[in-house]
Design a protein around this ligand. Structure first.
Ligand code: PEP
Ligand code: MG
Length: 496
């Protein structure tokens, strides 16, 4: 079956399909009201149990929302009167509350929107997990839109993803590329519980594959990728990762190190903050696995499109650390502890001003001193806000910069994550011009500079950045081959 497949992440897979329908769909109906009422009650009970052991004002508010009879009544009424599923009824009830809060003049009440959203997400996660008995064997996920939490939760068995829509730069998409899971979007109807082959090389979906076709895919999957690694003196090909699972791959592919470890994904599918000790174990194991290569951890980058149910987060940025002081300190202490085993850098995302950066840097140094840790540690920042780019010369205290083109293209050109893949050539040109100053500043001051947004993996853009002297690129493991080729060709043409 050939169709209009849009490839989000390359690869091939052969497994049985498993449908997860759009559970938040505004009007999704159910034919069994009692079952939906029971599902909602059970989800509330489970969320209550999860919150029981949690202390602090944030959790107190969450507990209050959960026990508010208005929430239960709102949801029950919509299930009984409109026949909605528990998820759709919850979605509509929360939406109504949010509108009421937004129309109030009180900043305090408006801020409660985030608590409501967090609670709603917590309940939805429980409802979805209970509704779908996810297979305990390899499957191809078929969904309307990919939720990163579903992918992370079931990564062991997900062989491929077919969605109705997905932005190339959505976190689900970046995650799939990092994990090298083939991912396509299409509008054609895919049957449930049916063996299929998904092959992005041919843009084919094969229903009812023959034993020969199945054997061919199995053979392909056994072969190690044919990577011809080239040495590019003075340059570094680095990897973007989400978790420890990808680190072996980073080594096998011949990357020079890890340029971005998105640590928020370590937290995203837990229902409580990870302790210092738990994080120390994760980061130490990561650093030990990678060995002597450079390792750059980014402090948790949450807010906006990346919400963690138990965290008080609004927008992405600096305030998340100030508002979640304990979690920030536990994470930084765990980084510092893991730094005994490797060559580590840490960086902060979404920095806007030098005051923000200097504040966080001195916070880290204070913690390092308290721990009597004398290991060298480079402390840098993502360059991904318009404000920071415009004042690059202010950031004299940063040891290094990593350019985050995903957020930067959003802030500079209003390109959301969906559109950024097709960034017009004239905007790449404009970005190239703007980044020239950054390259000069780093050359003059001896600061390391790399690029870790998805544009680093788009050959036409990479060439432009190579031309202004950028030498370090951090990309998803699946983009290694293309990046290696692009650099090789660029150097060959330059030397001819
Ligand atoms: C970026 O913004 O380019 C980036 C790498 O960060 P993230 O995609 O995690 O926001
Ligand atoms: Mg970013």
């Amino acid at each position: 079956m050939t169709s209009d497949l849009i490839v989000i992440s390359e690869g091939y897979a052969c497994a049985t399909t498993f449908h997860v329908t759009d559970y938040t769909s505004y009007n999704l109906k159910s034919d069994n009201k009692n079952r939906e009422l029971e599902r909602f009650d059970k989800a509330v009970e489970k969320a209550g149990q999860d919150l029981e052991s949690q202390d602090g004002p944030y959790f107190t508010i969450q507990k209050l929302i959960l026990s508010d009879p208005l929430l239960k009544n709102g949801v029950s009424t919509l299930i009984k009167e409109n026949g909605l599923t528990a998820e759709a009824a919850l979605y509509q009830t929360i939406k109504k509350y949010k509108e009421d809060l937004l129309s109030s003049n009180s900043k305090y009440l408006q801020e409660r929107i985030y608590d409501l959203e967090d609670m709603s997400q917590r309940l939805i996660n429980i409802l979805v997990d209970n509704k779908y008995a996810f297979p305990n064997e390899p499957f191809i996920l078929v969904c309307d839109e990919l939720l990163p939490s579903i992918l992370l939760e079931h990564v062991k068995y997900i062989q491929g993803i077919i969605a109705k829509k997905a932005g190339y730069l959505s976190h689900g998409a970046i995650l799939a590329r990092t994990l090298e899971i083939p991912f396509v979007t299409t509008n054609i109807a895919i049957p449930n519980h049916q063996k299929i082959i998904l092959d992005t090389r041919t843009k084919h979906l094969v229903l009812n594959p023959t034993p020969e076709q199945i054997a061919e895919i199995a053979l392909l999957k056994e072969q190690l990728p044919n990577l011809e690694v080239t040495e590019h003196p003075g340059m570094n090909l680095l990897a973007n990762v989400f978790g420890n699972e990808e680190i072996e791959k980073v080594k096998n592919y011949g990357f020079d190190g890890i340029g971005l470890y998105r640590t928020e994904f370590v937290f995203i599918h837990n229902n409580r903050p990870l302790t210092y000790q738990e994080q120390l174990n994760i980061y130490t194991s990561a650093v030990k696995t990678l060995g002597p290569k450079t390792f750059c951890f980014r402090s948790f980058d949450v807010g906006d499109d990346k919400q963690i149910p138990y965290l008080k987060t609004h927008k992405k940025g600096f305030l998340n650390y100030v508002n979640n002081k304990e979690m920030f300190e536990d994470q930084i202490k765990a980084f510092i502890g893991a730094n005994l085993y490797g060559k580590m850098k840490i960086m902060f995302p979404m920095i806007e001003t030098k005051e923000e950066f200097n504040y966080l840097k001195s916070w880290v140094i204070r913690l390092k001193n308290e721990l009597n840790n004398e290991m060298p540690l480079k402390i840098g920042m993502m360059l991904e806000t318009k404000a920071a780019l415009e004042h690059i010369y202010d950031f004299t205290e940063a040891d290094f910069f990593s350019i985050g083109t995903n957020d930067l293209s959003m802030q500079l050109y209003n390109l959301d994550r969906e559109k950024a893949k097709k960034i017009p050539a004239k905007l790449i040109q404009d970005l190239q011009n703007k980044l020239k100053e950054v390259v000069n500043f780093c050359n003059k001051t001896g600061k390391d500079l790399s690029m870790c947004g998805e544009l680093a993996a788009i050959p036409a853009a990479t060439k432009q950045f190579l031309a202004i002297g950028l030498k370090n690129f951090s990309v998803s493991p699946s983009a290694f081959k293309d990046l290696n080729e692009t650099i090789k060709n660029y150097l060959k043409n330059k030397n001819n």
